[in-house]
Design a protein around this ligand. Structure first.
Ligand code: TXA
Ligand code: MG
Length: 319
């Protein structure tokens, strides 16, 4: 029996209206953002939120990011301190998520906040994501649109390969420009904590906030992206590897590294970030079709977006 497939929607007014209508019915729609594709559901609807966890096969109910179209919508559900407002003004819309105190009467499903007093909020920059948020007219919960623990999706076909008919529709807007999940920050009076490295590099944030606080409480997982094994392909990965072992799929940082695949043509970290999850998907597929037992990845510089790239690679390589 052929597996049924999700509806494929286009980036036109019809596709956007259909996505909004499905969300209103409580269905799940994979939507493009500039970071990765999100598995979107109505953040006020308990059933829709429960479906998100079920579709991803998430082992437990981690809180989800709430996507909103603008600062007015943020102010309805969360408290914006001065430091939060400064960050919002500098980096929204864009690849940054802020963890903020909830306001009473916020109306979100408790599954979104996992019972916390705070909520993670993001204003995406992708024009199609923004159009869907406006057409839907409410908060959208959206984790990355992949099965839990697997590589995040940066194209519509990644979503379909991973989730199949566990999502009602996929809005296909091509590849995600940033290619890494958002940077998660928790601003407070005593400084700003960095909860997840991501598409907004630390170097861009610290001139505004001062040094970011990164010493998270040991043993306390605040984001699935902080699980030690995450974003994992189906074969073992080795990092900082010389690319001379032909029994492995070899991934270079640049094309000059001479691998089977490369993250960027000439060593541009923005290009490498945008390509990372696509290249991991491709490396995984090559390992399977060519019977290779491992994926070897060349060293990536630990600056700017390189930090988030190395963070994802370390988790993908964790045993
Ligand atoms: O780029 C992104 O952020 C993508 C796109 C689709 O927007 N979304 C994404 O969402 O990565 P998700 O749900 O996979 O990751 C959100 C992370 C979770 O790991 C969760 O633990 C953390 O944010 N989070 C959510 N609410 C939180 C809270 N109140 N306090 C601390 N962490 C929170
Ligand atoms: Mg994810």
């Amino acid at each position: 029996m052929p597996q049924s497939q999700p509806e494929i929607l286009l980036e036109d007014s019809e596709g956007i209206a259909r996505a909004a209508a499905l969300l209103t019915q409580g269905a799940l729609v994979a939507i493009p953002t500039e970071t990765v594709y999100g598995l979107a559901g109505d953040a006020r609807n308990d059933t829709a939120c429960a479906r998100i966890f079920e579709a991803k096969g998430r082992p437990r109910f981690n809180p989800l990011i709430v996507h909103l179209p603008g600062l007015d919508a943020v102010a309805e559900i969360a408290e914006l301190s001065n430091s939060a407002r400064d960050l919002a003004q500098a980096f929204w819309p864009g690849p940054m998520t802020l963890v903020l105190p909830l306001k009473p009467g916020h109306g979100l499903s408790p599954l979104v906040t996992a019972g916390l007093e705070t909520v993670a909020i993001r204003l995406p920059a992708h024009p199609t994501a923004r159009a869907i948020l406006t057409a839907f007219g409410g908060p959208i919960a959206a984790p990355s649109a992949n099965p839990s623990g697997q590589i995040s999706p940066t194209t519509a076909s990644h979503v379909i390969d991973g989730l199949g008919d566990r999502v009602a529709a996929v809005l296909d807007a091509g590849s995600c420009a940033v290619g890494l999940e958002s940077t998660i920050l928790a601003p407070s009076d005593t400084g700003t904590r960095l909860l997840r490295e991501g598409g907004l590099p630390r170097e861009a944030i610290e001139p505004l906030t001062g040094p970011l606080i990164t010493d998270t409480t040991p043993g306390r997982i605040e984001a699935p992206g902080q699980l030690s094994r995450h974003y994992a392909p189906s074969v073992p990965m080795q990092l900082n590897a010389p690319l001379d072992d032909m029994s492995a799929v070899r991934v270079g940082f640049t094309e000059a590294d001479g691998g089977d695949l490369a993250l960027s043509q000439s060593g541009d970290l923005v290009e490498a970030a945008a390509a990372l999850f696509r290249v991991l998907h491709e490396a995984d597929a090559l390992a399977r079709t060519q019977g290779k037992a491992a994926i070897h990845v060349a060293p990536i510089p630990e600056t700017g977006l390189g930090r988030a790239i190395n963070d994802r690679l370390r988790r993908a390589a964790a045993p």
